[in-house]
Design a protein around this ligand. Structure first.
Ligand code: ADP
Length: 356
């Protein structure tokens, strides 16, 4: 009746022991499982990792990791695994002993937290967005007023000139409506749920969209924002909205940190980065703000940690951002100097450009 899957596999990866939970979760009978190899109950995309992990486990003696099972009917089940090796007295590996916990409820909770964080960001942006919509709306009202004035004119001195004037007003109206349309569309996409499909994306686009969504905050805070990431070179794989959410948070924090600085520069750059044989893009969001005191540098990623006054910060931005980036097999690093500024570096796995 143990609530988690327990199983043992021999040195060839054959399942030699399993419990009832494995039957109910995976949909195989005990007899079926005892004729199977461990590779048959894991999701295809992690088999390579599984082989490496198994080799490591045989040598090191214990192992903890998050992984993905595949049930008989194809259902994918995220699990947290703790594995131990059992050795003979002469040190010879005999079998593993593993406990696998179904973490679907935790994943669901994480997803709703990410969504809650995103809605908090939307809430924070709402005032700015309303302002961004108000500007083009004023343009539309003015130009339509001008057009109707032209049309009411009793005597037309030069019809060709009048047509040109009206065409210019119409063009202004169109441009203004398009900028509202873009904003509304973007906000709608951004606040959507988190069940997004992963795709290969250009980091340039993610940053451009994040800067677009925060333009009101950057201009309102008199911040000079510069996107130094070129178009069409730096690709990664991920959920576009989630990655945008990360950069929206970082940009927004940078603006807050620069509120009292004489120079307010926000620069977003990109470079190569290698760690543990893996190739990443290192995307730096650098500000010239207050900096972060060394004493709290370890706390800033904790949920609900904030130094902002009530109503200004939720303390969720960085913790959710780090969660999102970890889900993308990346990382967020921070370097800061009090009085000089801060750089948050987002590591994202390199991917080749999408096939046209
Ligand atoms: P919130 O912004 O709601 O406070 P975050 O998790 O985004 O929550 O940030 C936590 C804390 O980290 C902030 O309150 C602030 O003290 C610090 N912080 C984050 N980004 C910066 C930055 N660019 N410069 C200085 N401090 C920062």
């Amino acid at each position: 009746n143990f609530p988690d899957i327990i199983h043992s596999v021999d040195e060839k990866g054959r399942i030699v022991f399993t419990n009832r939970k494995a039957e109910s979760l995976l949909g195989y009978t005990k007899q079926e499982l005892l004729c199977m190899n461990i590779r048959q109950i894991y999701a295809d995309e992690i088999l390579e990792k599984l082989d490496k992990g198994f080799d490591h486990l045989k040598k090191s003696g214990d192992f903890a990791v998050e992984s993905m099972l595949k049930a008989k009917d194809g259902t994918r089940i995220p699990v947290e695994i703790r594995s131990f090796s059992i050795y003979a007295d002469d040190g010879q590996f005999i079998k593993t002993f593993s406990i696998l916990r179904d973490i679907r409820p935790i994943k669901e909770l994480q997803n709703s937290l990410v969504h809650a964080g995103r809605l908090a960001a939307v809430g924070e942006m709402a005032a700015g967005v309303a302002h961004d919509i108000n500007n083009p709306l004023t343009v539309i009202m003015l130009t339509s007023e001008m057009i109707s004035r032209e049309m009411r004119r009793e005597e037309v001195l030069d019809p060709a000139k009048q047509r040109t004037k009206c065409a210019a007003y119409v063009a202004d109206t169109k441009r203004a409506s398009q900028s509202i349309e873009k904003l509304v569309l973007h906000l709608r996409n951004f606040s959507r749920g988190v069940a997004e499909k992963r795709e290969v994306l250009d980091i340039f686009t993610t940053i451009t969209d994040a800067l677009f969504m925060t333009q009101n905050k950057t201009t309102g805070s008199q911040v000079i924002a510069e996107n130094c990431v070129p178009k069409g070179i730096h690709f990664t794989e991920g959920c576009p909205n989630q990655l945008e959410q990360v950069f929206v948070n970082l940009i927004s924090n940078a603006c807050d940190a620069m509120a009292g600085s004489p120079n307010r520069n926000l620069t977003i750059g990109i470079s190569d980065f290698k760690r543990d044989e893996k190739e990443y893009w290192k995307c730096d969001v650098t500000d010239t703000g207050s900096g972060i005191p060394p004493g709290i540098l370890n706390d800033i990623f904790a949920a609900f940690f904030t130094t902002k006054e009530k109503g200004k910060g939720t303390g969720l931005g960085l913790s959710i951002s780090r969660g999102i980036i970890k889900e993308h097999a990346g990382d967020i690093l921070v370097a800061s100097e009090v009085g000089k500024g801060t750089t948050f570096s987002v590591l994202l796995l390199k991917r080749p450009p999408p096939q046209k």
